[in-house]
Design a protein around this ligand. Sequence first.
Ligand code: NAD
Length: 468
Amino acid sequence: MLIDGEWRKTAEETPVTNPADETLLRAVPVAASNDIDAAIAAAERGQRVWQKTAPAERARVILAAAALLRERAEDIALASTLEQGKPLAQSQAEVLRACEIIEWDANEGRRLYGRTIPAESGLRHTVLREPIGIVAAFSPWNFPVSPPARKIAGALSAGCAIILKPSEETPAGAIQLAHAFLDAGLPAGVLNILFGDPAHISQRLIAHRSVRLVTFTGSVPVGKRLAALAGEHMKPAIMELGGHSPVIVCADAPVIETARASVQIKARNAGQVCVAPTRFFAHASLYEAFVEEAAARAAELAPLDGRDPACRLGPLANARRLAAVDALVKDAVSRGARLLAGGRQVERRSFYYPLTVLADLPANARAMHEEPFGPLMLIQPFTDLDDAIARANSLPFGLAAYAFTDSAQAAERISSEVQCGNLSINHYVASLAETPFGGIKDSGYGREGGMEGLHCYTTVKNVSHRLR
Ligand code: NAD
């Protein structure tokens, strides 16, 4: 744990294992109440120092940290693959993406402008955008580097201190981020890291009067609990929760190209991605061709250890996902879905699961409602765009959505009618450093990335000054 610029251990520890072979990698500490309180006291000191630091100097330190992360990218990526399982190339891409986010936020932090509102002579209204204060952040195991980077970069760039609780299952990314920031000259206490019992840490942090913002990336049930806790203590929150992303493949889409791109993106991080495309609604005129091509390409992807250069599909990150994904597939097949690729646990140790293509799913298949968070492609046909949009909108989730069409009219209808925070048409990139990312409905609220993301780390003060 990192508290006030010092690394701390505890007698009690939680083991961290490699999902590719279940070997023990390391252990992380378990914070006691006094550790949590020490992190808050450190953050209070850090907040006082950092909010008075000039934005240009803040940006200099943050950019220096990003430069160190770029130098250390190979090592960080390897540690990440060992703990989380994804292919090494994807871990490397994640570190570079984290650097882009940190760099964009660092520069944009210098442009957190307020404004002056015209008033009668002798009166001036000035709108100041100020750091919100200490941030309590909780990041997940599926991306060990980029979500902690997003939260740290957002907070620091806006002038806030932060206490981060990364996932205990994938701690290395956050630890490496912290090393880079300390080595770049970040003052003690501005960034603190705790590990331990998530519920204990979140309850104690969120209830504390000095913590002014909660940011959480993870599941809907936990997000709802933390949002309720934040509400009880009148704290604003950024909730980046689960999704069940629909993909509408219209009749005019290039079917083979779209099916191949879909399989490739579905394999990313073995489908353990909140914006992973999951429910594919393919127009009846190209449905069978889409299903066949997807199944053929999926069958080519043998799950391998993420360190293998040939790996394009790693193991699932933990036993919970393996059990959950397998149960969803068995349920869908028992209700009449057509299994075209994958669908059973690969005959090896650990958490490998093949990319699984299911077609003709009945509406009552559990996978059509519950976020699979695994390598499942669920494909259904449609004939009428109204029906496809209605089905896309039928779940309580509203994170990402995708469509493939060259029809301006269809694209316009999908843009205005599909309920989501992020829609990508004719490609699968859901967000960039400069674009706002987040959900609606049960997928959460608040935004990360872009100006909208940085603004979440600020408050607005209107100063009305009568000149005498
Ligand atoms: P989970 O619901 O047990 O935990 C989700 C995350 O929340 C974990 O990182 C966990 O450490 C943390 N957490 C749990 N209780 C907490 C508490 N009281 N306070 C603070 N943090 C707490 O589920 P899981 O098995 O770890 O993950 C599976 C589900 O999580 C998936 O189905 C998926 O929906 C969701 N998930 C979403 C994202 C995302 O990017 N939105 C990322 C990871 C996981």
